[in-house]
Design a protein around this ligand. Structure first.
Ligand SMILES: [Mg+2]
Length: 317
């Protein structure tokens, strides 16, 4: 049986999960830490669901460039001479709506957390708030987004880097037999590109993207990706950098939910009762046999791995 530990402490389920496997090198088990009383049964975990932006990837430089370009294009579209006061009002509204601050992108902002569609509506709403009718506000916003879409994703000048230590973590998870999935509001192409460029595809058996329905943060997004993995939510862990992710996971019945804090210049404000990590090296994997107790650092042999297929273009239903 495989266990996950955070900062050397065994992670215990935040609510009691199913009983662990009876014997031998059974399925992977994450045990969530912290608030729960000792004696809570470890959750038997067979898969880990990862958020992408701000968790797997340092997306902030790319998102900051994207949001800044959208502000520029919006002001350009508003342009009429003698409308300086309205331009200033629109710029202020857009910067606040996007979470563009002197210290970077706010990690809980719509730019950081939400889908392109939600950002589009926020942009059109900003236009409406400076006096445009909704049809015009929406049309201008759609044009601005079409002009700036190329700044998003792996094709941008600010190609997102993987967060530090992620490659090693994924190797350890695969060696432990854990399946992995991405659950993100990025588009499917962007997720595949990120995994491919960093050589991560072989570790992932499913993705859930902006094209899937429902999208995050609906709890059924978790159930959807779990169906693609063939593993129930009650046997999964989820790691994310936004409360919307963490609350979605708990509502969906995910027993082990972890917050990741190192993906942004400003640490994301996460619910304090959720175990949080600053570096992937804080997560360790150990192997136990019910009759012989926990053995740290023994994960990695091919014999431990559960058979699985890497994610591919055909993984999406
Ligand atoms: Mg995120």
């Amino acid at each position: 049986m495989v266990h996950l530990n955070l900062g050397g402490e065994p992670l215990r389920a935040w609510h009691a999960g199913p009983e662990p496997a009876a014997a031998g090198s059974g399925p992977a088990t994450l045990v969530a830490s912290g608030a729960e009383p000792a004696g809570v049964a470890p959750a038997e975990i067979k898969a880990v669901l990862f958020d992408k932006d701000g968790t797997m990837s340092h997306s902030e430089p790319m998102l900051e460039a994207l949001a800044t370009a959208r502000v520029f294009r919006c002001l350009e579209a508003l342009d009429p001479q003698g409308q300086q006061q309205r331009r200033e009002a629109l710029e202020d509204l857009l910067r606040r709506a996007y979470g563009l601050t002197p210290a970077g992108i706010h990690p809980a902002s719509i730019t950081a957390v939400a889908s392109r569609g939600h950002n589009l509506i926020a942009t059109a709403t900003s236009f409406a708030m400076v006096g445009l009718g909704w049809p015009e506000a929406l049309a201008i916003s759609e044009d601005v987004f079409a002009r700036t879409d190329a700044l998003h994703g792996q094709g941008s000048q600010h190609r997102p880097q993987a967060t530090d230590g992620l490659a090693d973590l994924l190797e350890r998870f695969s060696a432990a037999g854990l399946r992995c999935a991405v659950i993100s509001n990025d588009h499917e192409e962007g997720i595949h590109d990120f995994l491919a460029i960093h050589g991560f595809q072989r570790h992932f058996q499913a993705i859930w993207s902006a094209e899937h329905r429902p999208c995050k943060p609906h709890p059924d997004a978790v159930h959807g990706v779990c169906r693609e993995l063939g593993i129930a939510a009650g046997h999964c862990a989820l790691i994310g950098d936004a409360n919307s992710d963490l609350r979605m996971a708990r509502t969906a019945g995910v027993p082990v939910v972890l917050g990741y804090r190192a993906g942004w210049r400003q640490p994301p404000p996460l619910d304090p009762d959720v175990p949080q990590l600053q570096h992937w090296s804080e997560l360790t994997v150990s192997h136990s046999h019910p009759d012989r107790g926990v053995s740290m650092g023994t994960i990695g042999s091919a014999d431990d791995a559960i058979g699985s297929q890497p994610v591919s273009d055909s993984a999406k239903a």
